[in-house]
Ligand binder design. Structure first.
Ligand SMILES: CC(C)(COP(=O)(O)OP(=O)(O)OC[C@H]1O[C@@H](n2cnc3c(N)ncnc32)[C@H](O)[C@@H]1OP(=O)(O)O)[C@@H](O)C(=O)NCCC(=O)NCCS
Length: 161
């Protein structure tokens, strides 16, 4: 299908690209819809300006439908957040997003990648396990829910070669 035609139908090819400052508003929207404590547009703008922060966007046609953010320090990085628009989940899109993001981290000299994930977040844990991460620790009562409930976090790690 021609690109303009598929864009007209709301579909379009999926691309993973570095995010730019102009994406801050949409990224904050996606983050806010995916996490209990959403990051604001200003927080995204700041991260997009920082040299040690890497932000990729997942784009389908003209729509940004996901992102991945990590912070680098020497040869280590922490994945701070990854999300896909709720309407687009379950299509396997996060896998390419994460693998592309990891490839860019490796290209920047990162050797080890860490992340924290809520223990019962099945899709995220599955995503990370399939992308080669393994459990490196557990943090009791790490996340506080709006209702006051505490949830455990799992610390995961993957070495990049
Ligand atoms: C985590 C997230 C990015 C995954 O994105 P996605 O594009 O829907 O992921 P996928 O379609 O590749 O699914 C990932 C895996 O989880 C599985 N999965 C999806 N929904 C599931 C569910 N409700 N229960 C169990 N497994 C599930 C999928 O089958 C897939 O596993 P597979 O590769 O073995 O088939 C997305 O769910 C999201 O944005 N969640 C909210 C934000 C979040 O929690 N981010 C992670 C924070 S650390």
């Amino acid at each position: 299908m021609m690109a303009w035609l598929s864009a007209l139908w709301g579909a379009g090819e999926v691309a993973i690209e570095p995010a730019s400052l102009r994406d801050a508003h949409r990224l904050a929207q996606l983050h806010g819809a995916s996490f209990h404590r959403g990051w604001g547009e200003g927080e995204f703008e700041q991260m997009l300006r920082e040299r040690n922060t890497l932000v990729h966007r997942l784009r389908q046609g003209r729509a940004i439908i996901g992102f991945a953010v990590s912070r680098m320090a020497a040869d280590e990085a922490e994945i701070l957040s990854i999300a896909v628009d709720a309407k687009q989940r379950g299509r396997g899109l996060s896998r390419n997003l994460l693998l592309t993001h990891l490839g860019h981290l490796a290209g920047r000299g990162v050797r080890s990648v860490f992340l924290e994930v809520e223990e019962n977040n099945r899709p995220a844990r599955r995503l990370y396990e399939r992308a080669g991460f393994s459990v490196a620790g557990r943090r009791e009562r790490y996340y506080k829910q709006s209702g006051g409930e505490h949830l455990n976090a799992v610390l995961m790690r993957r070495d990049l070669s």
